[in-house]
Design a protein around this ligand. Structure first.
Ligand SMILES: [Zn+2]
Length: 225
């Protein structure tokens, strides 16, 4: 396994680290992003811990290429704000299109370069989806008809079997959100792309644990480990 650290948008005020983790054998390509919204700190902590664990050799992948960008919107993160404009509405909407924000363009340039089979975008949201279908907390979200749906259903089943409090169970949602990383990855790169949303009224350590376990399930399902 080879792990290297790089800087995205290096010559700009948006500069932020990313990690390339290569297994010993050829295999799938997965992008993991978090911090597209700067106030969703548990998802960023989970992604950074995975990158750190790979750097230190505590986590290994057998094959493929894993790309982790733990704090996409570094400026929003420094202020612990969602970010203005909402970066998750500025990703390209056409095959040859550019992002409407330099940071979205920079992230998508890497994506086009490596051609991900998977894109997992880690977020946090209000509410518990088990109690109201109108909220996004504790959900996995794909685009309608995504090839990721069967995997998402398996992961939700495994997560929910391990969560005693049913109010915290995860649910699957399927919808298009033009301008989001998820929908751009699905439509323009044909990636299996999934948004992970934990409920940020839960304890931070619990949210980090859920995010970490869901990412581990995706790594296993995609054949990295
Ligand atoms: Zn978000």
């Amino acid at each position: 396994m080879l792990v290297t650290k790089h800087v995205l948008a290096a010559s700009s005020t948006h500069a932020t680290p990313y990690y390339l983790i290569r297994g010993a054998h050829p295999g799938p390509v997965m992008i993991i992003t978090s911090g597209v919204h700067g106030n969703e700190t548990a998802s960023m902590a989970a992604a950074q811990k995975l990158a750190d664990d790979c750097m230190a050799g505590r986590q290994t992948i057998q094959r493929g290429l894993l790309i982790i960008i733990p704090r996409v919107n570094q400026k929003a993160y420094e202020k612990r704000i969602r970010g203005n404009p909402d970066l998750n509405r500025t990703f390209p909407r056409r095959v040859s299109g550019k992002g409407k924000h330099p940071l979205a363009s920079a992230v998508f340039r890497i994506a086009r370069e490596y051609g991900p089979d998977w894109w997992i975008d880690l977020h946090e949201a209000n509410g518990l989806s088990q109690l109201s279908s109108r909220v996004l907390g504790q959900t996995l979200i794909t685009n309608p008809g995504s090839r990721a749906v069967p995997v998402c259903k398996r992961i939700i089943g495994q997560m929910n079997r391990s969560i005693a409090n049913r109010d915290r169970h995860f649910n699957l949602k399927q919808h298009d959100l033009p301008g989001s990383a998820r929908t751009a990855a699905a439509r323009l790169l044909q990636a299996r792309s999934v948004t992970v949303e934990t409920c940020w009224s839960l304890k931070r350590s619990v949210r980090i644990k859920y995010q970490t376990r869901i990412v581990r399930h995706f790594l296993w399902e995609a054949g990295f480990v």
